[in-house]
Design a protein around this ligand. Structure first.
Ligand code: ZN
Ligand code: ZN
Length: 224
């Protein structure tokens, strides 16, 4: 099997629970935010991006606050610059100002660029999906994908819109069909076993199928 380094990451993620693209994307976004916060000192470009976006989107702002260790100084430096610039851009709001005055300030408050972490995420997702399509023709890789939890629906739909041949996309869809058939049987077995006739039966692989179903259709918790 010949794999690019990203395809190799995917192949390893096939063995882990959940959508492999969600898993690798979330890890990459975490790493991106972690280094962004630590390397703030020498990165004027980072400051500009964060200011233009008027801060991070809610998901990524809270990710920094809650999951990046010791980020308080980085946050202080980044957001002080952000607030300082925002104050300047707002000008001097006049308490007696009219509609036009309020509209001007509304323009100044609007983000002029997307959240940098969302941009990073989009790039990583596209890269991973392209690698999935480029390697699905290799039997061992396709078999690994078939054993995995498959793509979540949002990533499956993104895959269809991604660059790549129709043949590779059809191949991914055929494998996904097999993955979802397995999920459907597990869900059926799960609720069958709740039936009083089956109370004594132990749960097998279907035990966590309700959770897997949510992830399969919504993506991993925190990915969007
Ligand atoms: Zn996903
Ligand atoms: Zn974001």
């Amino acid at each position: 099997m010949k794999l690019s380094s990203r395809a190799y990451d995917l192949f390893n993620a096939f063995e882990q629970p959940g959508c492999p693209v969600c898993r690798l994307t979330m890890a990459s976004v975490h790493q991106y935010l972690d280094s962004l916060i630590y390397e703030y000192v020498n990165k004027p470009a980072t400051h500009m991006m964060v200011r233009a976006a008027r801060g991070f989107c809610p998901r990524h702002g809270w990710h920094i606050q809650n999951e990046i260790n010791a980020s308080a100084v980085g946050i202080a430096v980044l957001y002080e610059g952000l607030v300082r610039n925002l104050l300047k851009d707002m000008g001097n709001p006049d308490p007696k100002g009219g509609k036009r005055h309020v509209a001007q300030i509304a323009d100044a408050l609007a983000p002029q660029a997307p959240c940098p972490a969302c941009e990073h995420q989009r790039t990583v997702e596209e890269h991973l999906l392209r690698n999935l399509l480029e390697h699905i023709g290799q039997d061992e890789f396709a078999a690994g994908f078939e054993r995995s939890a498959g793509l979540c629906l949002p990533h499956l739909r993104q895959m269809i819109d991604a660059d790549g041949s129709a043949r590779a996309k059809a191949h991914v869809l055929a494998v996904q069909q097999a993955v979802w058939s397995r999920l459907q049987k597990d869900l059926e077995l799960f609720y069958d076993k709740q039936d009083y006739h089956h109370l004594r039966e132990d749960m097998g692989a279907e035990g966590d199928s309700p959770r897997r179903a949510i992830e399969s259709f919504s993506g991993a918790d925190g990915v969007r």
